[in-house]
Design a protein around this ligand. Structure first.
Ligand code: FAD
Length: 364
């Protein structure tokens, strides 16, 4: 069995596909009694074996269903963020933070942390969970900041090692009907971070792209609602329905599948950097790499964040998430070379107090 990373392979002794919380608890108790590891799995989009095991693989995609209320939604762990949006948008509501890709599970991204374009305002998806239903020690438990806060803090960002999330109560906020996406060319990493800090946008992100003249930096500021003025420096605007903006990766994913790139190994290097040192680490990383090290369809992202209280993420203050999302395309750097580059990125990050984002592929 593999994951989206396509680097690590494990053969589980058993794959269990529970259809209820009781079946999750039974599977955990049975594996515990046999002294076998149980590893939960959502859609398997982490990239370095985080959802894989030689023990029991617990595939949670059978736990589905989302019920949206006035201010919150109850989502089963195996529901995708696409399912969540489908349930909340008819009420004019949305989760405050969405991952760029919607076809990952609620349980999987809360176990990762879950960063989105709005994370500079709302923190991670794990920050926006009101309560969690968890199977811990073979028993179903509900935890929240008020009830079993120790367990609540251990499972959010805990990569499934401290309990199996079976359901989540998610905070909701009003959804805009339309958004204005503004593209802002930037000089360098420092300029990207300045734009992300200063611009008053609901959603901010940035990409670094290869060009014949070297790396090109581009920030995106997304403004919710009608009649908003593009921020200074905007070169291009595009107005979109909110749902199309949330689902913006879909055409790219279809193209990557058609090209075969989606199925290739994805050695993804992702680190949280202290904001004050981020630009220097980003620039030195880019200076040490060429487009060959990114692959045909690799992507580099820079995102300023505000993280609330998610102790397992181990990311202090208001860090910057720097993501070098490599694809090992034919004719480009090999997987071992890309993994070595990720390790060098982590070393650079650690030297300034940075930490890895746990769903990436960094040998430690
Ligand atoms: C195209 C793409 C775009 C992405 N965009 C973003 C992004 O914008 N922001 C971001 O933060 N991340 C992003 N990611 C990374 C993604 O959030 C993580 O890989 C996430 O873990 C994926 O969820 P999943 O359902 O695939 O989880 P899996 O990969 O199946 O599992 C991830 C980890 O969580 C554990 N786990 C899974 N389900 C449960 C559960 N119910 N209870 C307890 N533990 C569980 C697993 O054991 C594993 O350790 C992206 C990934 C891809 C492939």
């Amino acid at each position: 069995m593999r994951d989206f990373g396509g680097i690590v392979e494990r053969s589980p002794v058993r794959v269990v596909r529970p259809g209820s919380v009781r079946e999750v608890a039974d599977a955990v108790r049975e594996a515990d009694a046999q002294g076998v590891d149980v590893v939960p799995r959502g859609s398997g989009h982490s990239t370095f074996g985080q959802s894989l095991t030689a023990g029991v693989s617990l595939d949670l995609r059978g736990l589905t269903g989302v019920e949206a209320g006035a201010r919150q939604a109850a989502a089963a762990a195996g529901a995708s963020w696409r399912d969540v949006l489908a349930a909340t948008l008819p009420h004019g509501l949305t989760p405050p933070v969405l991952t760029d890709y919607l076809d990952v599970t609620v349980g999987g991204t809360i176990s990762a942390g879950g960063v989105g374009g709005t994370s500079h305002v709302h923190g991670t998806q794990a920050d926006n969970v009101l309560a969690l239903d968890v199977v811990a020690g073979g028993e179903p438990v509900t935890c929240s900041p008020a009830a079993r806060p120790d367990l609540f803090d251990a499972v959010r960002g805990g990569l499934g090692r401290h309990g199996v999330i079976t359901g989540a109560t998610l905070r909701l906020v009003p959804a805009p009907e339309r958004v204005l996406c503004c593209t802002i060319p930037c000089r360098d990493a420092e300029d990207v971070l300045r734009v992300q800090r200063e611009v008053r946008a609901d959603d901010v992100s940035a990409q670094v792209k290869p060009s014949e003249d070297g790396w090109v930096f581009e920030a995106k500021a997304v403004l919710y609602g009608d009649g908003r003025e593009p921020p200074p420096g905007t070169a291009e605007t595009e107005e979109l329905p909110y749902i199309d903006f949330c689902d913006r990766m879909r055409p790219d994913v279809e193209e990557l599948i058609a090209l075969g790139e989606w199925a290739r190994p994805h050695p993804w290097g992702m680190v949280f950097l202290p904001a004050s040192r981020a630009a220097a680490v980003i620039e030195s990383t880019l200076a040490a790499m060429t487009p060959d090290g990114l692959g045909l369809s690799g992507v580099i992202l820079i995102k300023a964040l505000r993280i609330g209280h998610v102790p397992m993420l181990n990311a202090l203050g208001d860090p910057v998430l720097f993501s070098v999302l490599r694809t090992a395309s034919p004719g480009h750097a090999s997987v071992p070379e890309m993994l070595a580059a990720n390790r060098a990125l982590l070393d650079r990050a650690r030297a300034v107090g940075g930490t890895p984002y746990g769903v990436g592929s960094i040998p430690v």
